[in-house]
Design a protein. Structure first.
Length: 357
């Protein structure tokens, strides 16, 4: 049987207008990563995006990836496009055509300063091929990473008992201890818990000297409640009570099709201390297995130049209780489409940073 020719069409607009496309892709079994889903973009208040839509000759959707379009504060009126988590989970046979369509769209737009490209693949050859295809279009590697390049990977493509027994005994013991004490992991569905999530994130970032992360937890809770196979927020509740004061740790994970990503994790410190997070991480591995993911991305590990006394090493030690498989998964590239305006924007941004604005 001859395969029908495929094409890539770029839609420019409000993600709310593309919800029917997402439903059609889901109905046909074509995976769409969380950050490329129009429903997720709409739920997180993204007002404008480019949808790189792969179609057959009859106009049936076969896959999609979304690049967000955001204004730059440095140069009012200009924009930055960003295509996140682009890799084998999205239309493996159409990567080159999708990147060509992205580059062409960016060059046609007079107001786009640059396009950021986040390439993700666990296989070195696949990642190299993606970089080569992007390089041929004018993308160059970013000098510094805005996200992690290496992570710990958990194999989810096995029986659940084998997955459970691969976890360090100490982690399993700590999870059981919390259960024996009457503490429970529950999916977070109540938007009234949003301020507590924000407080836990702020406490965790202060403790780990990390940047303060801004999330609209009310929107994310609502999205996870409405799309439980695409996004999950789960927390540890003391004594099984589901009120804000009893929520002491949580994780948010997203389903990208072939893999699940650990997006945010936060906790408080109790006296006397308790192992709050082991059962929550275990819960997320089970969720990833349930939704059919092949592997779990534990959200990165410290880079080699991280100071030895950094709290990040303690977080990495926790993650290694669930996986010893360290893998490079990411390259980040950028294409400047308006060199003069881009230089002006960077100069203005530098002046603002130096003046504390």
């Amino acid at each position: 049987m001859t395969e029908l020719p495929r094409r890539v069409r770029v839609l420019d607009g409000d993600p709310r207008d593309w919800l029917a496309i997402e439903r059609a892709l889901d109905a046909q079994g074509h995976p769409v990563g969380l950050h490329h889903r129009p429903s997720f973009l709409a739920a997180t208040a993204v007002k404008r995006a480019w949808l790189l839509l792969v179609e057959d000759a009859g106009g049936q959707p076969l896959g999609a990836a979304a690049a967000t379009i955001e204004p730059t504060r440095a140069l009012p009126g200009f924009l930055i496009a960003e295509l996140p988590r682009f890799g084998p989970s999205l239309c493996r046979d159409d990567h080159a055509a999708m990147l060509q369509a992205l580059a062409r769209q960016a060059r046609r737009s007079m107001r786009v300063l640059r396009v950021r490209l986040d390439l993700l693949a666990t296989d070195d050859d696949e990642r190299t091929a993606l970089c080569k295809a992007a390089g041929a279009l004018g993308f160059v590697r970013e000098p510094s990473f805005r996200m992690y390049s290496n992570t710990l990977v958990v194999d989810l493509d096995r029986e659940i008992d084998a997955l459970d027994h691969s976890i360090d005994r100490g982690a399993r013991r700590n999870a059981k201890k919390m259960e024996d004490l009457g503490h429970r992991v529950r999916a977070i569905m109540d938007a009234r818990l949003a301020p507590r999530l924000d407080a836990l994130v702020r406490e965790t970032m202060q403790r780990s000297s990390g940047p303060q992360l801004e999330h609209d937890w009310e929107r994310l809770i609502a999205y996870s409640r409405e799309h439980p196979r695409h996004s999950r927020i789960a927390g540890m509740f003391l004594n099984g009570r589901e009120d804000p004061e009893s929520l002491v740790a949580f994780r948010w994970c997203g389903n990208h099709g072939p893999y699940v990503e650990d997006l945010v994790a936060a906790s408080t410190r109790l006296k006397p201390p308790l192992p709050l997070m082991h059962a929550v991480a275990w819960d997320m591995l089970h969720w990833g297995h349930e939704v059919g993911a092949k592997w779990f991305d534990f959200g990165g590990i410290p880079s080699p130049d991280t100071p030895p006394d950094s709290p990040l090493h303690g977080i990495a030690a926790f993650k290694r209780m669930f996986s010893k498989q360290e893998t490079r998964i990411r390259e980040q590239m950028v294409m400047v489409t308006s060199p003069v305006a881009n230089r002006c924007a960077r100069a203005i941004a530098g002046l603002r940073r130096s003046s504390g604005l």
